[in-house]
Design a binder for this molecule. Sequence first.
Ligand code: SF4
Length: 104
Amino acid sequence: MNSRRHFIRLAACSGAVLLASREALAADPPIVDEKDPQAVALGYVADATKANKAKYASYKDGQACSTCQFYQGKAGSASGACPVLGGKLVAAKGWCSAYAKKAA
Ligand code: SF4
């Protein structure tokens, strides 16, 4: 193979690898699975209305991650990181037993 063709091939491959890495870095991590051991321990659910009200008497209608002081998502976002769940993404409409209302 002549060196020019080899160089072009190498450059194309490097570009594809760089592009793939950038996309991987830009992508948000997935929303925490309800079956994640930390999530289970805290009774996390992606839909607050499905919180186990019998087990978690602290749950009140209207509570959701988006109004919790630990929620780090932007206003109106569908998900955001939660330090209580190791910085993983939680659903804005989610809930767990560590819920603490955000100060107004
Ligand atoms: S601590 Fe707050 S933001 Fe985090 S999962 Fe529990 S309710 Fe949601």
